[in-house]
Design a protein around this ligand. Sequence first.
Ligand code: WT7
Length: 655
Amino acid sequence: MSEHSSLSNLLKEERRFTPPAELAANANVTAAAYEQAAADRLSFWAEQAKRLSWETAPTQTLDWSNAPFAKWFADGKLNVAYNCVDRHVENGLGDRVAIHFEGETGDSRSLTYADLQREVSKAANALIELGVRTGDRVAVYMPMIPETVIAMLACARLGAPHSVVFGGFSADALATRIQDADARVVITADGGYRRGKPSALKPAVDEALTKPGTENVRNVLVVRRTGQDVAWTEGRDVWWHDTVERQSEQHTPEAFDAEHPLFILYTSGTTGKPKGILHTTGGYLTQVAYTHHAVFDLKPETDVFWCTADVGWVTGHSYIAYGPLANGATEVLYEGTPDTPHQGRWWEIVQKYGVTILYTAPTAIRACMKWGDDIPAKFDLSSLRVLGSVGEPINPEAWMWYRKHIGADAAPIVDTWWQTETGAMMLSPLPGVTATKPGSAQVPLPGIAATVVDDDAHEVPDGAGGYLVLTEPWPSMLRTIWGDDQRYLDTYWSRFEGKYFAGDGAKKDEDGDIWLLGRVDDVMLVSGHNISTTEVESALVSHPKVAEAAVVGATDPQTTQAICAFVILRGTASADDEGLVDELRAHVAQQLGPIAKPKRIMPVAELPKTRSGKIMRRLLRDVAENRDLGDVSTLTDSSVMDLIQAKLPGASSED
Ligand code: WT7
């Protein structure tokens, strides 16, 4: 959130970088795409859906009759694995490399599309042998190796939604996700290589499967990667090399409805239980394929694409597994960390494979900056022609470093804003069109409708800040939260009526370009420290006198934001108890540290909630900042706010 201050300085500078002339002249997508999409958004997406091979072509584009539960291309049928693999082989591209795998220990192998077709077919046949049927969920807990992508594609081929759990997560996190999705099979490995050493995965699976709610896991399919010893449960555990390798290389893919579930991917919410974000088939694949083509200007015959994300995150799903392969791209898959065995490892890989398009995260760019300019300078990076960024706002300094030291001051940088929930990129410059600004994701992609609104859902004028919202449905949008439609409504669609609220703060500059400012709800900026509202709430609720707490950051002249807490006391505690507020502040300080001590604590009888029970922080922030309340019509009981406001003067004397 420290971007706020640098942003205002930067906006004055108005640095722009126009696309290289040659790239612009040959770009896959030109400015005309914006006009086409604006003229008829749905026809635009129907047109993009033709990038895919449908067994039954859709005649419907969007069914929004049960909004916000969307159906895209609902009467179409297709198979995702066929689209990502088989059709390229049928088109004569079987010898094209799909994946250049680079292991951390220096081992490497390249799989062509024909190889991939054989491997995915065998894996699908193995899953069938293990009893996996269409609709069954399969958990995938893997290192970054080709078998991970093969496993995902095999699941997709069978219409068995996968739930990939990041290999860095603990046994508990894995167990929660297995339980929630009610997975039937877990695909894992003995381990993977991390920082030059084998790092085990199988023990976490073994531990997770001792927890209640995981009993329906029949089999664990284990890839041997590191060769380390693993505990073995006979009858449950099977080796990939025993079970997959002996299968037939033939498997005929079946077409599924466009709305058939493709995968569940968990993101941690502001409340304890992770949200299983559900993505489906036709719309998802359409948008990942389109954005990969448009935003990276992918020329599949000549480009070598590399997305450095882990496949356990949505970036890896959309821009390692599905987008690039749907487009018939050649891509790099790297197992390890950027500094193993040396800090030039990434640049060595770029040089080795002649990577032309690199997609990475600001945090990695900042690490490389810290290691020094001389490191990338030792390698030939001249193949790079488009650079991407994703995951958080990229600070202008890192953007400039990326451009200068990695992109030879020429390659356009596409700062892509999106989320697990959006499935694919939503805001981004186009490399052959947009004059880029360091630090800004700038504009919604063609076919995407996004804007910035204020507390009352009014679009803010250029130059003003507010909340980023998506105002029209898009093909790769999440369909719901797995098993919890109500939470889907509450989390994304309740704050601003009829609009998807992404949870991010944003600002429009004088040109109307959008700058992302970080998550609004979860993080407060207090004297230069980021403090999560959730953590302070948890600390308050851990005190025996507190039943419920809602924490917001209110603008404060000294500390940027001040922590304001609204608490509902437990039965026996009294709001008139003189020492109570001090006691609670001390408790939070003791739990989280003095910086997290709320400036104000207001005991209240009720908290403002939506009809479904979600706390409306927006109103609490208004109260804490002494603003007039906006629309309170979605409140269960609007008198709650009167009661809370009446408390305010007394509470502010607690400072
Ligand atoms: C959140 C989504 C999208 C895949 C990786 C993260 C932040 C993402 C940007 C960007 C500013 C960004 C947002 C968003 N974010 N990309 N280019 N500029 N912020 O997926 O874990 O679902 O996180 O990441 O805050 O809401 P995720």
